[in-house]
Design a protein around this ligand. Structure first.
Ligand code: SF4
Length: 450
């Protein structure tokens, strides 16, 4: 049972020495109760208190790492059921299934395609995270060869999949420095899998068809000394799987049920690509740590990555770009100047349309706490005063000889006051960014005609 801040405080040394980085022991205790710091930050806790506080300071869902270096995937360690309560911290890992029965050329082609599943969206790179390599051949050598090939040709960490721990052992040894996830221990093979995972210090997926069996298995494997587990309640119809994922999360967070205090894994079951995307989207939203899909086409993967990026963005910190002057194309001192807010989506939408127009231009992203144009205007963060301040301070005056700025059509109402305040001529641009190319082209014609 979780302890309150005051209960934790009673067990701390109460010297307020600040060695933990907090001004008082009480402040530290409150942070432990909120699961925001680890008890180990206080070097003065007695052994007795450590035992008593261990469960209070342990995160309700263990953080499990798969892979190494920049490509590593961290899952778990979530603290809330709903994103708006705080935020979600560790984005669902998207894994693509690859079978070792594919002929060498086809396997090679699939790997090449998987390696390309990286995209840029609102200034961030989004990509898949794992290759789920399945031993469908039941041949140790075939599987090991394909693992070697995947390790050589791809940076993505691996999930090594087989029900047979003996078959999987040499592949696990081969890949162990890259910290693959072993998949999957069940009620029949768990002892051998637990031994292997412990020997190689690798994370282990545990699978059972119902939650009681899953808890039982998680307990046995934890007691056998494997700490990093990933839970899978089996492949089943979407509604049932959703129910399982929700129950596991609720029990871990609301009831501090330790046996479900691990991240989860869900595999899609549908053979239809559109249904598979729907299924995977549901699991990303609630509450899979890893989702394994079969589709490898960009049109199948990109919507899932976009959804994940949206869900795992801190709702209190909108994605922002640096407020400054951006140069698009070969600008010169006559190039048009557009202004928008520093909300990433607004900025990148405008940037894409300016690029599409092929007319070099400056875009000023004016600081508006990362809000979109209309929201920022309504919240008085994107006003004649703030735009004037930006025009005066961003350095655009040194870059252009004219004093003419284009504002978004939705805030046309600002134009009079902005002209008065800034001394710049204001042109009202289109309401939708999609109108920017035509707008810039007509502007160029007018300037030529003048
Ligand atoms: Fe208190 Fe320990 Fe922090 Fe010192 S380091 S202030 S004793 S909690």
């Amino acid at each position: 049972m979780a302890l309150s801040g005051l209960e934790i405080y009673k067990l701390l040394p109460k010297t307020n020495c600040k060695d933990c980085g907090f001004p008082t022991c009480l402040a530290f205790a409150m942070q432990i109760a909120a699961k925001k710091v680890e008890l180990s930050k206080c070097p003065h806790v007695s052994e007795q208190a450590q035992v008593a506080l261990e469960s209070a300071s342990r995160p309700p869902i263990r953080l499990v790492t798969i892979g190494t270096d920049e490509q590593k995937l961290e899952i778990g360690n979530e603290t809330v059921m709903f994103r708006h309560e705080e935020t979600f911290y560790h984005p669902t890992g998207l894994a693509v299934l690859l079978e070792d029965t594919l002929a060498e050329a086809a396997f090679d082609e699939q790997l090449t395609q998987i390696n390309k599943l990286k995209f840029e969206r609102v200034g961030q790179q989004i990509n898949i995270n794992l290759i789920a390599l399945k031993c469908s051949s039941n041949q140790e050598n075939t599987f090991t060869d394909k693992v070697k090939q995947a390790l050589n040709q791809s940076q993505f960490p691996l999930i090594l999949m087989s029900d047979n721990p003996q078959l999987l052992k040499s592949a696990a040894i081969l890949a162990k420095d890259k910290r693959p996830l072993l998949y999957t221990a069940n009620k029949d093979n768990w002892q051998l899998f637990a031994e292997l995972a412990k020997e190689l210090s690798l994370p282990l997926a545990v699978k059972a068809e119902n939650l009681d069996e899953l808890a039982d298995l998680a307990q046995k494997i934890s007691q056998a000394g494997v700490e990093d587990l990933v839970l899978d309640s089996g492949t089943k119809p979407l509604a049932e799987k959703l129910n399982d994922l929700t129950q596991i999360r609720r029990l871990a967070l609301k009831k501090a049920y330790r046996l479900f205090g691990f991240p989860t894994l869900a595999m899609t079951s549908s053979g239809d690509s559109y249904q598979e995307i729907t299924e995977a989207a549901v699991y990303i939203a609630k509450y899979a740590g890893i989702v394994v899909i079969k589709g490898v086409s960009p049109w199948e993967v990109l919507p899932l990555l976009t959804l994940r990026q949206n869900i795992y963005t801190d709702p209190q910190k909108p994605l922002q770009v640096e407020p400054k002057v951006y140069e698009i194309g070969q600008v010169n001192e006559q190039s048009p100047v557009l202004v928008t807010t520093n909300f990433s989506l607004s900025y990148y939408t405008v940037e894409a349309e300016v690029e599409a127009s092929r007319i070099p231009a400056y875009i000023i992203s004016s600081y508006a706490e990362g809000l979109s144009v209309l929201t920022a205007w309504a919240a008085e963060k994107f006003t004649a005063e703030t735009i004037t301040k930006t025009l005066n301070e961003c350095g655009i005056k040194e870059k252009v000889k004219h004093q003419e700025v284009i504002i978004p059509g939705y805030v046309a109402v600002l134009s009079g006051k902005l002209e008065e305040d800034s001394g710049w001529k204001v042109r009202v641009g289109p309401k939708e960014a999609s109108g920017i190319p035509a707008f810039l082209r007509s502007l160029k014609q007018n300037i030529k005609g003048d």
